[in-house]
Design a binder for this molecule. Structure first.
Ligand code: ARG
Length: 579
């Protein structure tokens, strides 16, 4: 069990023995500054207030009731009634050895089988992927990997935009190009250009526009020839996103694609059901649901259109069908949506209506894991100089080029192949980490220099820290066998590092619960800093160091390396043994 939970339980029973009502929790947290224990409990103060007692005195009573066992060395009181807990070095050593022996570093896994559906990435296939898709893709992927690591049953759902009126225009254009004997692979080589070309065509040529509109109708009614054209378009577009995912080291694959088109057959049934249940009605030719739960400025219920006047369905209708599929077919216990914060009302409405209609079971938890916008250095949403969208493929290539430049000037002992591989891992890692390390609900400014720096809270810094430890371990491997060794904590830097290491469990579990990957980033950065200070103060391979001390320290190094690698891999960032 997680040490914080153990201490919490023990302290809670000591509090009860000291006469504090059960409802007061100990409120234990990890201590950041030295001298106040490894953990501190602040819960006594609130209890004392309620009981009209002196908090310091009450804290002393709790300390008297606390049973020190193997984990705890000492416990004392400080300030107005804080309880400080110091872990025993003996217990710390044992814990670290056990973590080292476990292939998952002793992390607490989910205690019962739980299925989590994650909706992320979900680009619209009409165009190329652009920077606006980056955050959902990488934050969602980190959460999927984290849940999987903690042994949840994870189902990824890539709710791609592969349906709707735009596709009429695109396939009408494709039809014409194919008639001119082009093959779709070539015609669709640049999706962005193709989109612009067909839009221009659509705006300028009435016959073409009419044709495009008729294609939408035909597509929806299942016309085979039109469907075939549509499939060719979708296939080329999916090849493009496959490439991006591969380059980004994102774990989405074709089997996770469950696009808007997949729900098409269910939409008429769904609308009918909502009407029958009295949750939707005809209004000016359209079918709408009124939701009192979300009143607008004038205190009128918000309106959610589920079928347009012309019979077409909307983004909301598809999301309602998707939620019902996920609950009933995928048997989700929880669904996480990694979607831009600006879609928050849309999701609230979908969740609310789905519950009212009984599309989902009561125990299903729904979470909109919203995120802010990626800004440029001018503080406005990130765009090209001329104000256009930045293609993701170009951004990623630029990152790799920049990383390559810096590697070529620094890492002189790598072969050309190693340099290339390292540049990919560093460049992509830098982009992902700079995003993941910011609290997702905030906007953040995109900054090349900052993300590629070898100093500070960046991917290159952590990757470099990892490579350095690996190099140290390689040097020692020839002479020292750590497998049977013991960890002994002697000085303060070792102790600080040890406490950091055992805290990985708590960090991963909290980051998972809150879907906040920046907590993992902060942790890995602090861990590396604690390692650097340990490395400076605790000699390892020097001749004068006793062999048992060498072994113990190498074991700590090994555990740090494995923790860094595990943490970064959960974030979808690769490490390398040399850099
Ligand atoms: N395709 C949408 C967009 O690009 C995002 C879809 C998100 N997922 C969902 N279930 N609505 O904005």
């Amino acid at each position: 069990m997680n040490i914080k939970k153990i201490l919490n339980a023990k302290l809670h029973s000591a509090m009860i023995c000291a006469g504090i009502p059960r409802q007061f929790p100990p409120l234990i947290s990890l201590v950041k500054s030295a001298g106040f224990g490894d953990f501190q409990a602040n819960g006594i103060i609130a209890a004392a207030k309620m009981l009209k007692m002196d908090p310091k005195e009450l804290a002393n009573q709790v300390v008297l009731e606390f049973e020190c066992t193997i984990e705890v060395e000492t416990i004392d009181v400080s300030g107005p009634g804080f309880i400080n807990i110091y872990l025993s070095n003996q217990w710390l050593s044992k814990r670290l050895e056990w973590m080292l022996s476990d292939k998952k570093l002793g992390i607490t896994m989910v205690s019962y089988p739980k299925t989590v559906v994650i909706d992320y990435s979900a680009p619209n296939l009409a165009k190329e992927m652009h920077v606006g898709h980056l955050r959902s893709t990488i934050i969602g992927d980190a959460q999927a990997r984290l849940l999987e690591f903690l042994e949840y049953n994870v189902i990824r759902q890539n709710h791609i935009g592969d349906w709707g009126t735009q596709f009429g225009m695109l396939i009408a254009e494709l039809d014409e190009t194919l008639k001119n004997k082009q093959v779709s692979k070539i015609a669709l080589k640049d999706l962005e250009l193709f989109y612009q070309q067909s839009k221009k065509h659509f705006d300028q040529d009435d016959a073409f526009a009419a044709n495009a509109r008729s294609y939408v109708v035909k597509l929806q009614s299942g016309d085979l020839q039109i469907k075939h054209l549509w499939q060719q378009f979708i296939e080329q577009s999916l090849l493009h996103i496959d490439d991006i995912y591969k380059k980004l080291n994102v774990s989405l694959s074709r089997k996770d694609v469950m696009g808007e088109s997949a729900y098409n057959h269910d939409l008429p049934l769904l609308v009918k059901e909502l009407e029958e249940k009295g949750l939707a009605l005809k209004d000016k030719g359209a079918i709408v649901a009124f939701l009192d739960e979300f009143p607008d400025k004038n205190n009128k219920p918000s309106v959610m259109i589920i079928q347009k006047q012309d019979g077409g369905y909307l983004y909301s209708t598809t999301d309602l069908a998707a939620i019902r599929y996920r609950a009933n077919q995928l048997k989700a216990n929880s669904i996480l949506y990694f979607i831009d914060a600006r879609q928050s009302l849309h999701l609230k409405q979908v969740f609310c209506l789905a519950r009212k209609a009984g599309f989902i079971h009561e125990n299903l938890t729904l979470n909109h894991c919203a995120f802010g916008t990626m800004m440029g250095s001018d503080g406005k949403p990130f765009k090209t100089r001329s104000g256009g969208v930045i293609k993701l493929a170009e951004l990623l290539n630029e990152a790799i080029l920049k990383a390559e430049k810096s590697i070529n000037s620094k890492s002189l002992n790598l072969s050309p192949d190693e340099r290339k591989n390292t540049a990919i891992k560093v460049g992509i890692g830098a982009i992902k980490y700079s995003d993941l390390s910011k609290k997702r609900t905030n906007d953040y400014a995109f900054n090349w220099d900052e993300m590629l720096s070898l100093h500070g809270n960046t991917a290159p810094y952590l990757q470099y820290a990892y490579a350095r430890i690996k190099s140290l371990l390689r040097k020692s491997e020839k002479s020292i066998n750590t497998v049977e060794g013991r960890i002994k904590i002697i000085n303060e830097e070792e102790r600080i590092l040890a406490i950091k290491l055992i805290n990985f469990d708590e960090v991963l579990n909290t980051a998972c619960k809150e879907a906040m990957p920046h907590l993992i980033c902060n942790y890995l950065y602090e861990l590396s800093k604690a390692y650097m200070s340990f490395y400076e103060h605790c000699p390892i391979l020097k001749e004068e160091v006793k062999v048992i001390t060498q072994i113990s320290r190498l074991m700590l190094c090994n555990l740090v390396a494995r923790t860094l690698k595990t943490g970064l891999n959960i974030l979808g960032i690769e490490v390398m043994d040399k850099m």
